[in-house]
Ligand binder design. Structure first.
Ligand code: NGO
Length: 529
């Protein structure tokens, strides 16, 4: 679902045309804390993620009490729903009634599904604003949704206002733009995760990876193994009460995310990271003895019993129920840090686990250690190495990519949202070193790993591990603003990337984050107003 390079190039040329106020594709690279604050960016320049092309032109549209949202002639139910959701998102800040009506003609915000819309792909769109209204055009409802999020950024943070005249033509660079939440180390409610989905979807992030199980907790109800959640979900890091989601709650979250064009990828981590399951069921241990619940933050000490047939009945039933609950195409089976599973056992186990995923009609995602075993055809590898990862490990990922396994990039020293920004950051870990906002953003996914060309990169993902994160404030402090950098790396064309332009676009988002009551870290090298 990538826009063909030539189309992108052509659009970029357009964006740079003399009459255009192009989205500022600045390439300057140095943080200059203490510099004069740069002049404020015009609305079309401050869009984040930076679009393929944006230009201001002519008078704009007065978005006011008379504005209606028109969802087109086709009576398409989904377009209607996108219109309703956009109205809801715009009503809050603007205080306007914004009725949603059918039809395509007349003033207002017009949503237009056009299967022939050129260059738009699965998620792209075009936005045109002039005195008569704003027209959003896309090939798919997802594209219309993304267009609506761009429109939100062209409006004032609060109150009615003018959508400046101009045009945006846009489509993502990568198909997979993800964020992960670890609800196993610390438990979080579905409501808290929904809040994150809302925040992320406005920046065109389209995947939510849920790390549902680990040594410290099992967070999803499984009917055939009820003690996994009831017993295995009772605790968390530090010993506080944990919790779990019922199937109903999980379904509700998946549906909520789906309405915002965010796919859910659930993860059951194995064969390591399984102490919670092994504390609930003695039979999952080779010695037949239940483990004590674990509330610390060490890794690599637990392993499923690879030689025992019951282990495979377990994973078949668990993954079967999860597949049934999950409309998306991926199931994540972990595979990281299996330090207590001998290499040959690990490979044998992963062979069978991958076959189970296929049997239930899904595609495997696993942490990149799967590359050291035998990745199945089409299995997706999630790379979480860093600058000091041994070359041999990187080479295994490159070899798998060469053999056709797509790669999701989550470099730990760039995209791990649990890494401290600096020494003074209170929550967080620092095993990769500190990850300031600039470092999180300043790299290119298309040329990051030797031997993994852009064509092998499915996309990028920012994981939020929660060993040290127990409350919303810390979650948001660690995620924001770094997760906006992830959004831009995943969406914007390579030519639009660059720290100097980005830090200004990011600063312009400050009032929006404030208005949404997001507790972000005010990085010193970003010119916040
Ligand atoms: C590692 C480890 C996780 C930790 C995380 C902390 C992966 C894939 N496995 O990443 O269990 O929570 O680091 O940063």
């Amino acid at each position: 679902m990538r826009v063909p390079r030539r189309t992108l190039a052509a659009l970029l040329v357009l964006a740079a045309a003399p009459a255009a106020v192009s989205c500022t594709a600045a390439h300057g690279d140095d943080a200059r804390p203490g510099d004069e604050p740069p002049a404020a960016l015009a609305p079309y320049e401050r869009l984040l993620p930076a679009p393929v092309s944006a230009r201001a032109q002519g008078p704009g549209y007065a978005f006011g009490p008379g504005t209606v949202i028109r969802t087109g002639l086709t009576q398409d139910e989904e377009v209607r729903r996108v219109g309703e959701l956009l109205a809801e998102q715009l009503r809050g800040p603007s205080g306007l009634p914004l009725p949603v009506v059918g039809g395509a003609d007349g003033d207002g915000i017009r949503l237009r599904l056009d299967e022939g819309a050129e260059g738009a792909g699965e998620e792209g769109y075009r936005l045109e604003s002039g005195p008569g209204g704003v027209t959003l055009t896309a090939r798919t409802p997802a594209g219309l949704f993304h267009a609506g999020q761009t429109l939100r950024q062209l409006l004032p943070v609060s109150g009615p206002g003018t959508v400046p005249g101009g045009t945006v033509t846009d489509a993502p660079r990568f198909a997979y733009r993800g964020a992960m939440v670890d609800v196993a180390r610390h438990f979080f409610t579905v409501e808290q995760v929904k809040r994150y989905v809302d925040q992320l979807a406005q920046y065109k992030v389209n995947t939510l990876h849920l790390h549902l199980t680990d040594d410290q907790g099992w967070r999803i109800a499984i009917d055939s193994w009820p003690k996994l959640a009831r017993t295995g979900g009772a605790g968390q890091v530090g010993g506080g009460p944990g919790g779990y989601w019922t199937k109903e709650q999980y379904r509700e979250l998946v549906a909520y995310a789906g309405e915002r064009y965010v796919d859910v990828v659930p993860e059951i981590d194995m064969p390591g990271h399984v102490n919670a399951a092994q504390s609930a069921y003695a039979e999952l241990n080779c010695d037949g003895k239940a483990r004590e619940p674990y509330t610390g933050i060490k890794v690599g000490f637990s392993s499923l019993c690879v030689g025992e047939e019951r282990t495979y009945e377990f994973i078949d039933q668990v993954l079967g129920e999860l597949a049934e609950l999950t409309p998306g195409k991926y199931l994540h089976i972990g595979g990281d840090e299996a330090n207590s599973t001998p290499a040959a056992d690990y490979a044998a186990f992963m062979d069978r686990a991958q076959a189970v995923v296929a049997k239930h009609g899904k595609t495997v995602v696993a942490w990149h250690q799967l590359a050291t075993a035998r990745p199945a055809k089409g299995a997706v590898l999630q790379y979480w190495g860093h600058d000091r990862t041994p070359a041999a490990e990187k080479a295994a990922v490159a070899a798998a990519a060469k053999a056709g396994n797509p790669v999701i990039l989550s470099p730990a020293d760039r995209l791990y949202l649990d890494m401290k920004y600096e020494k003074a950051t209170k929550p967080g870990l620092a095993w990769t070193g500190y990850v300031p906002v600039k470092r999180a953003y300043s790299w290119d996914p298309g040329s990051y790993l030797n031997g993994v060309p852009e064509s092998a990169v499915l996309g990028v993902e920012a994981p939020l591990w929660t060993e040290t994160i127990a409350a919303r404030g810390d979650w948001e402090l660690m995620a924001y603003p770094r997760v906006l950098g992830l959004a831009e790396l995943g969406w914007s064309p390579a030519g639009a990337l660059g720290w100097d332009g980005y830090r200004r676009r990011l600063a312009a988002q400050g009032p929006r984050l404030d208005a949404q009551d997001i507790a972000y870290y005010r990085a010193p090298d970003v010119p916040w107003s």
